[in-house]
Write a protein that binds this ligand. Structure first.
Ligand SMILES: CCCCC/C=C\C/C=C\C/C=C\C/C=C\CCCC(=O)SCCNC(=O)CCNC(=O)[C@H](O)C(C)(C)COP(=O)(O)OP(=O)(O)OC[C@H]1O[C@@H](n2cnc3c(N)ncnc32)[C@H](O)[C@@H]1OP(=O)(O)O
Length: 219
């Protein structure tokens, strides 16, 4: 495969796409704590066997809380801006459902840059259940999509997924340590070819390839 697309050193500025940007240090620690607690709450609700009066009390409390938080809402599409170790700037969608820092539904997946791409270790609780005790295949695809897109972005080539191909090799367990890795394998014009895997105890449970099509900032 030919590699004739030169990676750009800087990611495109989301402001050029009309998106609001939030600096990482503007994000209060209290929000991060709330996100982590609501993440645990979802798992608790999914699995609770509390009695009906307890359920009614919890339901009223959550409803009241939702109304309070909705009084002041962030724009959809807000991007989180943070400095990179190499002096550049990294951007992430703040509410991304797989890795968004402010999204309690997110895994959350914290992808670190490696020599050849990106990598993360993570564990999925019962919220992500598909077959009994196993991770839902759609979420496996979402995790791979995120890692593949991040590998492309880490190489300076931010794009949208045009094509995603996933093979499920072995069941992916809940509540067990998992590893995800992804890298760019080639690029031609605006197409970026990426591949990645999810592993449990070193064994591949799922692998994926994708074609990301690089974004062109509006002029
Ligand atoms: C939105 C602004 C964001 C600003 C961001 C700034 C900074 C962000 C920084 C970091 C982000 C970090 C990480 C990102 C991590 C994860 C991302 C998650 C990824 C997703 O979750 S993303 C959601 C799902 N995704 C979509 O929502 C896409 C819907 N779709 C489209 O929006 C268009 O379809 C598009 C844009 C894909 C292409 O459209 P287009 O008009 O721009 O390009 P065009 O058609 O000319 O194709 C150009 C070349 O791609 C080939 N090509 C096209 N389609 C193909 C296909 N299906 N299969 C194989 N090849 C294909 C053609 O054959 C041609 O190839 P060739 O050069 O060889 O002729």
């Amino acid at each position: 495969m030919s590699v004739d697309a030169q990676p750009v050193s800087e990611l495109p500025d989301p402001r050029n796409f009309g998106l609001p940007v939030v600096a990482e240090d503007e994000l209060p620690e209290e929000l991060r704590t709330l996100v982590a607690r609501v993440h645990d709450l979802v798992d608790a609700v999914a699995h609770t066997e509390a009695d009906t009066s307890e359920l009614a009390r919890a339901s009223a409390a959550v409803h009241e809380l939702t109304e309070r938080l909705n009084v002041k809402r962030r724009d959809v599409g807000a991007m989180l801006e943070r400095p990179r170790a190499d002096g550049g700037t990294d951007y992430q969608t703040l509410t991304n459902v797989v890795s968004g820092v402010s999204n309690p539904a997110a895994v959350p997946l914290v992808l670190e840059e490696t020599e050849d791409g990106v990598r993360s270790e993570f564990t999925l609780n019962g919220t992500y259940q598909g077959p009994p005790g196993l991770v839902h295949g759609g979420w496996i695809a979402a995790l791979l999509d995120q890692a593949l897109g991040s590998a492309s972005a880490a190489a300076g080539m931010v794009g949208l997924t045009a094509n995603l191909d996933v093979n499920y090799r072995n069941p992916t367990p809940l509540n067990a340590p998992l590893e995800i890795t992804a890298r760019v394998t080639g690029a031609e014009r605006r197409k970026v070819h990426v591949s990645g895997e999810i592993r449990h105890n070193g064994e591949v449970t799922a692998e994926g390839t994708a074609i990301m099509v690089r974004l062109v900032a509006p002029s």
